[in-house]
Design a protein. Structure first.
Lengths: 288, 239
C-alpha cells in the first residue's frame, strides 16, 4: 500500500500545479471560474505532442516552445474576450464566455488532432526507466515531473511575492479599483494573471501526458481535478494547492487500485461537496 | 486665485452624475502648485464625488479636467496616477493581505527607480510603519492603517495628493497626529487637495478653500479671509 500512496503523492504534484493555475485565476481575476482552463491544459499537451513529433525532441524540451505560445494565447484570450465580461457585476456572462472559449478550443484541437487517445510517454527516452526505493519501483518520469512541478510552484510563489508585477497581481486580486490608484493597468494585469495560469496549465498538461493518455475531449475532466484542488487545498494559497493536489493524488491512487477509476472520480467529487459545506475556503485558503 | 503660472489642476464647468442622478453642477476649481486646498461641506455635498471625478472613476456629463495644462477627461484612473495624481481614498483602501512594506511598494509601482529613496523619507515621517514593516496590513489598527494609506500615497511621489476623509473615525489625539503629518507633507512642497470633516484643522492647514453645498460651490477664498466671513458657518450648514 505504501507504494500506491507514494505514487499518489508524486502524481499529486501535477494535480497541485494544475489546481494552482485554476486558483490563480479564481483569486486573481474577480472570482472567475474559468471553464476553459482544462482545455488550456490539453492545449499544452497537444502542442507538445505536435512539436515532439515534428521536431523529434524530448517532451520536456518542448516546454521551451510550448510555454511562451500558451502564455500568449491565454494573455490574448483574457485581454480581448474576457476582460470586458469580467468587469461586469454579474458573473453569469463571464462564466458563459469561458464555456464558449472552452468549446472553441476543444473543437479546434479535435479538428487538428482527431479524437484518438495519445500519450507523450512514448516520446520520452526515460519513460521506461525505474528507480528502486526499497521494495518500490518508481518510474523516473514520475520523479522528474514531481520535482519540476514543485519547482514551478516555488517559482510562482517567488514571482508573486518579490516582483512588482507579482505584487500588482496580488493587489489587483484584492481590489482592481485601488490598484489603479498607483498606476496599475488592471486589464493588462488580468491578462498576465491568465497567462501565468496558462503556464501552470500547459506544464501540468504536458506532465500529465507523460503518465496518462489524453485526447482533446479530456479538458473538462482535467478541470474537474483542478476544481478539487481549488476547493480542498484552498483558494489563493500556493501551499494549499500543492497539498490539495497531493491529497487528490493519494485519493485517486488508492481508489483506483482498490475500487476502480469511476469510484475515484466519484469520491473526489463527494469530497468537494463536503468541503464546500463545511469550509468553503479550503484547508489553507482565505475567505473570498 | 492670482498666479501667473499655469495652475497644476483646473476643473472647468464640471457636471457629474451617478447614472441619472446629478451630483455636481458647474464646478470650477483651480489648484496652484505647492498649495493646500480644502474642499469643505456637509456629507453628501459632493466633495468625494469631485475627487473621484478628478481621478477618473466617474465620467463627467459636461466640463473638463485639466492637469498641467492637458485635458485628461479621456484618461483612465491608472493613467492619471502615472501622471502624478494620487488619490488616498475614503475608507483607506489598503491591501489587507499584503504586508505594510508591500503596500508601500505598491505605492511606488510607477516610480520604481526611486523606491528606496522615497521609502526612507516615508519611514522618517511615519516611523511606526517601519516598525510594522512585515506585518499584514489588515492587522494594523485604524490609525495605523490611515497612516499607511497616506504613506502609500506619498510613495507614488505625487505631484497632486488628494486626501479623502483621512481622519474619519479616529480618536482626537490621532487626528492631531495625522494633521501633523499632513503639515510635514505640505512642507515638502507637495500640492494637496484635502477633504475632511475636521473643520477647524482643515481650515488652519489650507491656503485656499472651496465650500460645497448640494453639489454647488457656494463660497471660495483664501482661508485667512474666509474665517473672517460671518456667513461662512451659515453657508456651511446650508442655512
Amino acid at each position: 500500500m505504501i507504494d500506491i500512496i507514494l505514487m499518489g503523492i508524486f502524481v499529486g504534484s501535477i494535480y497541485g500545479m494544475m489546481g494552482l493555475g485554476f486558483s490563480l485565476i479564481f483569486t486573481g481575476i474577480r472570482n472567475l471560474l474559468n471553464l476553459s482552463y482544462g482545455q488550456i491544459c490539453i492545449l499544452g499537451s497537444c502542442l507538445s505532442l505536435m512539436f515532439v513529433t515534428w521536431l523529434r525532441i524530448d517532451p520536456l524540451l518542448s516546454l521551451v516552445i510550448v510555454l511562451p505560445i500558451v502564455f500568449c494565447i491565454a494573455y490574448i484570450m483574457q485581454y480581448i474576450f474576457l476582460n470586458r465580461v469580467v468587469l461586469k457585476e454579474e458573473h453569469g456572462t463571464a462564466l458563459l464566455t469561458t464555456l464558449g472559449l472552452a468549446l472553441i478550443i476543444e473543437n479546434l484541437l479535435l479538428l487538428g488532432m482527431g479524437p484518438d487517445v495519445v500519450t507523450l510517454s512514448a516520446y520520452a527516452s526515460y519513460s521506461l526507466l525505474y528507480i528502486e526505493l526499497g521494495s518500490i519501483n518508481l518510474p523516473l518520469s514520475y520523479l522528474i515531473t514531481f520535482f519540476a512541478s514543485l519547482l514551478a510552484c516555488i517559482a510562482l510563489y517567488v514571482f508573486l511575492k518579490y516582483t512588482y508585477i507579482g505584487r500588482a497581481i496580488r493587489a489587483t486580486s484584492e481590489s482592481y479599483l485601488h490598484a489603479q490608484l498607483f498606476g496599475v493597468n488592471h486589464k493588462k494585469t488580468f491578462a498576465i494573471t491568465f497567462g501565468l495560469a496558462g503556464l501552470m496549465a500547459a506544464m501540468s498538461g504536458i506532465f500529465a501526458g507523460f503518465i496518462y493518455p489524453f485526447t482533446p475531449t479530456y479538458g473538462f475532466y482535467y478541470m474537474e481535478m483542478a476544481f478539487f484542488v481549488l476547493v480542498i487545498g484552498g483558494m489563493g494559497s500556493i501551499k494549499g494547492s500543492f497539498v490539495g493536489g497531493v491529497i487528490l493524488g493519494v485519493i485517486r491512487s488508492l481508489a483506483c487500485y482498490y475500487l476502480g477509476l469511476p469510484y475515484a472520480r466519484f469520491i473526489g467529487n463527494i469530497a468537494i461537496l463536503i468541503m464546500l459545506y463545511i469550509k468553503p475556503q479550503g484547508i489553507f485558503g482565505w475567505k473570498v | 486665485m492670482k498666479s501667473s503660472e499655469t495652475p497644476l489642476l483646473e476643473v472647468k464647468d464640471l457636471d457629474v452624475a451617478y447614472g441619472t442622478i446629478q451630483s455636481l453642477w458647474n464646478i470650477n476649481i483651480k489648484v496652484d502648485r505647492g498649495m493646500c486646498v480644502s474642499l469643505l461641506g456637509l456629507n453628501g455635498a459632493g466633495k468625494s464625488t469631485l475627487l473621484k471625478s478628478i481621478m477618473g472613476f466617474l465620467c463627467p456629463k459636461k466640463g473638463s479636467i485639466i492637469f498641467k495644462g492637458k485635458i485628461i477627461n479621456s484618461l483612465e484612473p491608472w493613467q492619471r496616477a502615472r501622471m502624478g495624481i494620487i488619490y488616498v481614498p475614503e475608507g483607506r483602501g489598503i491591501f489587507a493581505r499584503l504586508t505594510v512594506k508591500e503596500n508601500l511598494l505598491m505605492g511606488c509601482y510607477s516610480r520604481k527607480k526611486r523606491a528606496r529613496e522615497i521609502l526612507r523619507e516615508v519611514y522618517r515621517i511615519f516611523p511606526i510603519l517601519e516598525e510594522r514593516e512585515d506585518q499584514e496590513a489588515g492587522t494594523l489598527s485604524g490609525g495605523e492603517q490611515q497612516m499607511l494609506a497616506i504613506a502609500r500615497g506619498l510613495m507614488a511621489d505625487p505631484e497632486l495628493l488628494m486626501l479623502d476623509e483621512v481622519t474619519q473615525g479616529l480618536a482626537p489625539t490621532l487626528r492631531e497626529t495625522i494633521y501633523e503629518k499632513i503639515k510635514e507633507i505640505k512642507d515638502l512642497g507637495i500640492t494637496i487637495i484635502l477633504v475632511d470633516e475636521y473643520l477647524k484643522k482643515s481650515i488652519e492647514i489650507s491656503d485656499y478653500i472651496y465650500l460645497l453645498t448640494s453639489g454647488h460651490i457656494v463660497l471660495e477664498g483664501y482661508s485667512a479671509e474666509i474665517i473672517k466671513d460671518s456667513n461662512f458657518l451659515k453657508k456651511y450648514f446650508g442655512v
